[in-house]
Design a protein around this ligand. Structure first.
Ligand code: ADP
Ligand code: ZN
Length: 610
């Protein structure tokens, strides 16, 4: 009887489980219900795929998206695992065939959409065959508190109850606050589950925030430094996607686009172009990505700030799934906050008829999430530390490996300037006036705008007391005050600024306010990165070989081998099948199928070297 580690090696080509994977696999094999909460890219799939190969009967995997299922099944088949899926896009005939083969034990894993579970034909099938495990992927979709609630997930409980014997249930998700986690356990009826949350840290991701004066220029500069790499540029709106994609195309960059305004065919074609690396740059709204398991995404640039950290970390986390260094860069501008507010206010329309109190509470939660996201965008502290703390993890030390840790900041005592800003807000409040940061900064720097004339703001005692400083500089200071909760912006009143208790104390001289200011500009780490020079030529050869094999097999290149695997192969230069199997990510099925081609390429390369 092979062990779980044997299976991991044999089918997936990995020598050891990552932290958390082994525990989950053991819990599943011992017969327990399990819930695994792991960040994107941590490797959830093998946690149920390995047990599925060891358990006697069939494992049903409930998965929300057809594209996700197809990808997973395609990758499993490549790895030599008998797997299939049933979904609404199939003809009745082929569905019948798949189920018939499954009933004869032809598959170890069968992927199914939640809508299908309670269809009579499927139910009859599931009652007839020995189901060892039901796995629920993207389990947060069952929670009404989560961002991706899917009513059809609620049917899972009925489905389990309808089976002659209850199989063990395993559930997986990348996002789960405590409330969502409890919801998953309850709504799936998990029994005394083994719950494991692995660290949210993704050490190979490099986080950075920029606040460029021109986003288009900043983006072009970032892309120029990453020529030949694959990445995603996320924008907040369809229009922004179109504008940015057109800009890149005008500069002859290999970009494509994805948003809900495109036809289904175009979306599919563009997605494929990205997956197959014919267009390695994808410009998209957040509609793109769920179920995209492309492993060689080496950067995710946010052209706009998302509306919460959950979305940001999930989207950014699509970079570097292959474990290679990857960059997650947010291009922030204060305008993004308004766009996010607009999206929050208009995203709840479906819940419009919900009870107004519940809606109010929901809005308040959304605004609080947005506030935390904005604080990330403007903080000068360690970005990784900020992220980990947000998700409830200890992060005692700055990471030493993010844009802020690398930036050359120096502490500057800004207490006097901070007091000027706070007094200005205070004086406005005395007159019953509340304005956002643009107007407040204009008053302080002695500006002459319409508003200033109309409300006679030039008669305030704080008018012009920061003359000589730029309005942008003052707004930066206001951001810092917002981030430390000395000021609050009221989203229901066009982000008018209000003094908080902490702000009041600071204004009255009971505190000091120290901020980190950039000393000099260093190039971001990602811009200066050099390729692994020594084996670069071999790596490129192997990559070209992979591309042609992928084309023949009609699969995306990374399904054959990830970049990390090719890099390891280039470093080790195996000269036999046995040596090839020692390469990280080479399992038996792939060694059989592709081994000769790669070994030959390596031999040819070495002959050329000699
Ligand atoms: P998730 O679903 O958690 O986002 P995946 O299951 O897609 O992540 O796995 C992410 C990547 O990590 C894949 O390329 C996968 O092959 C790889 N991976 C998974 N487990 C291991 C392991 N034990 N060792 C090395 N790589 C692994
Ligand atoms: Zn850091």
């Amino acid at each position: 009887m092979p062990t779980a580690s044997d299976i991991l090696k044999q089918y997936f080509g990995y020598d050891r489980f990552r932290p958390g994977q082994g525990e989950l696999v053991d819990a599943i094999l011992s017969g327990r219900d399990t819930l695994g909460i792991m960040p994107t890219g941590a490797g959830k799939s093998v946690c149920y795929q390995v047990p599925a190969l060891l358990l006697p009967g069939l494992t049903l995997v409930i998965s929300p998206l057809i594209s996700l299922m197809k990808d997973q099944v395609g990758a499993l088949i490549e790895a030599g695992v008998p797997a299939a899926c049933v979904n609404s896009a199939m003809s009745a005939e082929s569905m019948h065939d798949v189920l018939a083969l499954a009933a004869q034990g032809g598959y170890k894993l069968l992927y199914v959409a939640p809508e299908r579970l309670t269809a009579p034909a499927f139910l009859a099938f599931a009652r007839r065959v020995p189901v060892s495990m039901v796995t629920v992927d993207e389990a947060h979709c069952i929670s009404q508190w989560g961002q991706d609630f899917r009513p059809s997930y609620l049917k899972i409980l009925d489905f389990l109850a309808a089976l002659p014997a209850r199989p063990r249930v395993s559930a997986f998700t990348a996002t789960a606050t405590a409330a969502v986690r409890d919801d998953i356990v309850r709504a799936l009826g998990l029994r005394d589950p083994f719950v494991l949350t692995t660290g949210f840290d993704r050490p190979n991701l490099y986080f950075a925030v920029e606040r460029p004066s021109s986003k288009p220029n900043a983006l072009l500069r970032l892309l120029a430094a990453r020529a030949g790499k694959s990445g995603i540029v996320y924008c907040a709106t369809r229009k922004a996607v179109d504008d940015v994609c057109d800009l890149l195309l005008a500069k002859n960059l290999p970009a494509t686009r994805y948003h809900a305004g495109l036809s289904a065919e175009e979306r599919q074609a563009n997605q494929d172009a990205f997956l197959y690396d014919t267009k390695p740059i994808m410009v998209a709204t957040n509609a793109f990505g769920m179920g995209i398991d492309k492993s060689n995404v080496s950067f995710v640039i946010h052209y706009n700030m998302p509306k919460d950290m959950e979305s940001y970390y999930q989207e950014a986390g699509r970079a570097g799934r292959d474990g290679e260094p990857a960059d997650c860069i947010l291009l922030y501008s204060p305008q993004d906050v308004q766009t996010a507010q607009f999206l929050i206010e208009h995203s709840r329309e479906a819940g419009e008829d919900a009870d107004p109190q519940a809606r109010q509470a929901q809005l308040a939660r959304d605004y609080e999430r947005l506030r935390c996201m904005t604080a990330y965008a403007v903080t000068t502290d360690c970005l990784r530390q900020y992220i980990l703390r947000y998700f409830g993890e200890d992060a005692p030390r700055p990471c030493g490996h993010c844009g802020n840790c690398d930036a050359d900041f120096e502490p500057v005592d800004a207490t006097m300037d901070a007091r000027k800003v706070l007094s200005c807000v205070y004086r406005l409040d005395e007159r019953g006036l509340h304005f956002g940061q643009v107007v407040v900064a204009a008053v302080l720097t002695g500006g002459k705008s319409e508003q200033i004339k109309k409300f006679r703001l030039d008669t305030l005692s704080t008018y012009g007391i920061m003359r000589g400083q730029t309005a942008a500089g003052v707004r930066r200071l206001i951001d810092a005050l917002l981030a430390r909760d000395c000021l609050r912006a009221d989203p229901a009143r066009y982000n008018a600024l209000f003094l908080t208790a902490a702000g009041n104390a600071l204004m009255r001289g009971r505190d000091t306010f120290v901020i980190q200011m950039p000393r000099a500009k260093k190039p971001a780490r990602g811009d200066a990165r050099t390729p692994p020079a020594e084996n670069e030529a071999l790596f490129e050869r192997l990559r070209a070989l992979r591309a042609s094999l992928a084309q023949q097999a009609h699969v995306p290149p990374y399904v054959i081998f990830s970049n990390a695997t090719l890099a390891d192969m280039a470093a080790r230069q195996p000269d036999s099948h046995a040596a090839l199997l020692a390469v990280r990510g080479v399992g038996e099925a792939k060694a059989r199928r592709y081994g000769d081609a790669f070994l030959e390429a390596i031999r040819a390369y070495r002959r050329g070297q000699a």
